[in-house]
Write a protein that binds this ligand. Structure first.
Ligand SMILES: NC(=O)c1ccc[n+]([C@@H]2O[C@H](COP(=O)([O-])OP(=O)(O)OC[C@H]3O[C@@H](n4cnc5c(N)ncnc54)[C@H](O)[C@@H]3O)[C@@H](O)[C@H]2O)c1
Length: 261
């Protein structure tokens, strides 16, 4: 089913790469006017060559840049109808005694605080106008524990934030939902694999579908949640995880997993 956004204005953070880029491209293909925001101008310029959309350089760790970026988009394009918060960073898996607090702070500042601030600024404007849809980007690592003691808690907190902001603005026409992707071979995961922080084959094995999720699959779920097809849905975080969470309970029983039983 094709979703038609009819010129709705969508702001996508993290649009220069990976999941944010895939969401920006799909929203554009489905008729949205997309503004990409990121700290990586080269990636944004490439996106703009493909979509013809607006771009804005901003760091989601900087409140002033978020406020100025959102104000600039609304002044130049018009009111933001859709916000997708895909800007984020991964974390190298480490034991707590090897995880510097500076890294913990950086991961929380980018993934949680950055998401909150973008939602708070854009969402308040949407609520004032009485319409809007926000889609946050969490992770299966926010729903199940792993050796990422900054990243996992940040992603779990985004799920809670998604619910609390949904409840906050539900009667004012603003829906807030999220996606929790399984592992996706984005540039971030490819870099982590190149440094041997993760192994793509082992990650694929951990999904019930025995493969990684694609960025396009995550983008489709984002587009659905942002669209009027999801008009009765708010406060949920939808796993787009190839059965990663569903398979978790099998791992302690045998190496084979569900299909081979
Ligand atoms: N790749 C995966 O397997 C996976 C799985 C679950 C969730 N996620 C989440 O999806 C989101 C996107 O990840 P990705 O894999 O596409 O990574 P990516 O590195 O390919 O893309 C992330 C983008 O965010 C931007 N960004 C990072 N910090 C920023 C900041 N402070 N200000 C502005 N922009 C910033 C980067 O420049 C980059 O363009 C992240 O929140 C990540 O946690 C990824």
């Amino acid at each position: 089913m094709r979703i038609e956004f009819n010129g709705a204005i969508a702001l996508v953070t993290g649009a220069a790469s990976g999941l944010g880029r895939a969401a920006a491209v799909l929203l554009h293909q489905n008729g949205a006017r997309v503004a990409g925001a990121d700290r990586d101008m080269r990636g944004l310029e490439e996106l703009s060559r493909e979509t013809g959309g607006a771009i804005v350089e901003l760091d989601v760790c900087r409140d002033d840049e978020i406020e100025a970026g959102i104000a600039h988009i609304e002044e130049t394009l018009g009111p933001i109808d859709i916000l997708v918060t895909a800007a984020g960073i991964l974390q190298r898996p480490r034991a707590p005694d090897a995880l510097p607090m500076a890294e913990w702070d950086r991961v929380l500042a980018t993934n949680l605080r950055g998401t909150y601030r973008c939602c708070a600024v854009a969402g308040a404007r949407m609520a004032k106008r009485g319409a809007g849809a926000i889609v946050t980007v969490s992770s299966v690592m926010g729903a199940t524990p792993g050796p990422v003691h900054a990243y996992g808690p940040a992603k779990a907190a985004i799920m809670n934030l998604t619910q609390s902001l949904a409840a906050e603005w539900a009667t004012r026409g603003v829906r807030v939902n999220g996606v929790a992707p399984g592992f996706v071979a984005t540039p971030a995961i490819r870099r982590a694999a190149a440094f041997q922080f993760v192994n793509e084959d082992r990650l694929a094995e951990a999904h019930a579908q025995r493969r990684l999720v694609t960025a396009e699959e995550v983008a489709q779920a984002i587009a659905f949640l942002a669209s009027d097809l999801a008009s009765g849905i708010t406060g949920v975080t939808l796993p787009v995880d190839g059965g990663y969470l569903a398979a978790a309970g099998w791992r302690g029983f045998d190496a084979a997993g569900p299909q081979e039983r």
